[in-house]
Design a protein around this ligand. Structure first.
Ligand code: BG6
Length: 476
């Protein structure tokens, strides 16, 4: 079969503000939700919505505060991305750099200038910025004062933020994404939507109300983005990965379908423009009552996304058999039963390259819109050997297999805009806050406790990915 990658395929990497920038309160930036996530045992309960304090607690280590110092080192890092031949860099804007409290009347000029310089730097190297508006960070003031996305007011604040950056960067940015992994809201509600639960609150009701607000905000952002720049491509972003039925028992198959629908629910609204029937039934059966404004249906219908961005790390497996259910594994925080046919990463995430082809086909069959793989990669422990090298053959192997399946998906007829692998430079892990869970082609000397020089170093995969891009996916 021929090499299916289009000439203008966007090869590159993906990062997020909170996992790279650091400088967490510099030049006017406000505190964001991620700045309240320490490493270690206390992290996970907060991610679920049990927040002990609206301020960082003395004695805890908060990895986002310095991260990998990208705020000050971005020029050098971009030079390395350019050396690999990147056509695109996916990154996010930190909302609290632009509106430190989220509800400010005027934006913070220093924050706007930072991203001006960053986008200029990328453009000067021929790298297309692909920009996420919200990647897991809500200004803390909005959480404390309004209850974050529980509150309809967030729709307005987000719309204002979106309009501000669309206007400012209309000549610099063509590709946008609204909410990173919007379905994560159901699994890690503090991470996805800044939700903090109060005693006795109906969590399901709160989550879906917040989801409705984000969906309307996303549609309003699409509207504004198109009005400001009719050529802008504005996408949604799903934490994807098909759910397989453990057996051919129809109950398992039905269960698998419903697990996928939990996630598709968001994209069905963002891409098709309306609440699907299965969601309405789910709301009814779970006594979920959404408060909607009269105009919401029309907003959702008229401002659907241009493309579907998604992350892919793992497929999942489900079963209705209680005995089989006991054998679970982690996987991008989605619970899953262990797949007996597949290996796992050091963090228990199932490795399933074929699953990428399956997932891409599944999404394309469902939405018939261009897809963009905006995250994929292997989080692994890297050792620097006595010659100062990192020989990350396992990473090359993982990526090679996934790129091969991506090519197969293109040959299946899936329209694919690009591939930005996750963390092309080592960054802070979103789920654990660790540095030792590394994804990069570039090593960053920094450990889990924040020690290290932050020096950058090319790994073996650096030269490999460079060749992949240079040959437009021919030479993997
Ligand atoms: C996705 C997120 O869930 O997975 C990223 O969008 C995250 O922010 C990535 O970093 C990998 O997860 P982790 O926990 O290994 O960093």
């Amino acid at each position: 079969m021929k090499n299916g990658f289009p000439e203008d395929f966007l090869w590159g990497g993906a990062i997020a503000a909170n996992q790279t920038e650091g400088a967490f309160l510099e030049e006017g930036k406000g505190l964001t939700t991620v700045d309240l996530l320490p490493t270690g045992e206390k992290r996970f309960p907060i991610m679920l919505g049990n927040l002990p304090s609206f301020y960082p607690i003395e004695g805890e280590y908060y990895p986002s505060h310095e991260a990998i110092d990208f705020y000050y080192r971005y020029k050098d890092d971009i030079a390395l991305f350019a050396e690999m031949g990147f056509k695109a860099l996916r990154l996010s804007i930190s909302w609290a750099r632009i509106f430190p409290n989220g509800d400010d009347v005027e934006p913070n000029e220093a924050g706007l200038r930072f991203y001006d310089n960053l986008f200029d730097e990328l453009r000067s190297k021929g790298i297309e910025p692909v920009v996420t508006l919200a990647h897991f960070d809500v200004p803390v003031h909005l959480v404390e004062t309004y209850g974050s996305w529980k509150n309809r007011k967030l729709v307005h604040f987000f719309e204002k933020y979106a309009k501000t950056v669309f206007e400012r960067y209309k000549n610099k940015v063509n590709y946008w994404l609204t909410f990173n992994e919007i379905n994560m809201l159901l699994h890690l509600p503090f991470v996805g939507a800044g939700l903090v639960f109060e005693e006795g609150e109906n969590e399901l009701q709160v989550k879906y109300q917040a989801a409705h607000h984000q969906l309307v905000a996303s549609a309003l952002a699409v509207k504004a983005g198109h009005e400001i720049n009719p050529d802008a491509k504005i996408g949604c972003m799903l934490a994807a990965g098909m759910t397989y039925a453990y057996s051919s028992n129809p109950n398992d198959v039905w269960d698998a379908m419903n697990k996928d629908r939990e996630s598709f629910f968001f994209i069905d609204v963002q891409s098709r423009g309306e609440y699907p029937g299965y969601a309405k039934r789910f709301f009814q059966e779970n006594a979920i009552e959404l408060t909607m404004n009269e105009e919401d249906e029309e907003i959702l219908k008229n401002h659907t996304v241009d493309y579907i961005g998604f992350s892919y790390y793992s497929s999942r497996v489900t079963s209705t058999d209680p005995e089989i259910q006991e054998n679970t594994t982690s996987g991008n925080v989605f619970g899953s039963i262990t797949n007996p046919y597949l290996e796992k990463s050091e963090w228990g995430w199932t490795i399933d390259s074929k699953g990428l082809r399956i997932t891409a086909n599944q999404l394309y069959d469902r939405y018939q819109k261009p897809l963009f793989i905006v995250e994929n990669g292997l989080g692994a422990i890297d050792e620097v050997n006595s010659n100062g090298e990192v020989n990350d053959d396992y990473r090359i192997e993982y990526l090679r297999a996934h790129i091969h399946e991506m090519q197969e998906a293109i040959n299946d007829g899936v329209e694919l805009i690009g591939y930005t692998s996750w963390g092309p430079i080592d960054i802070v892990s979103a789920s654990t806050g660790e540095m030792k869970k590394r994804y990069g082609y570039i090593y960053v000397e920094r450990d889990n406790e924040g020690n290290g020089t932050l020096k950058r170093m090319k790994k073996k995969s650096f030269e490999w990915y460079k060749k992949v891009i240079d040959s437009n996916g021919e030479n993997i």
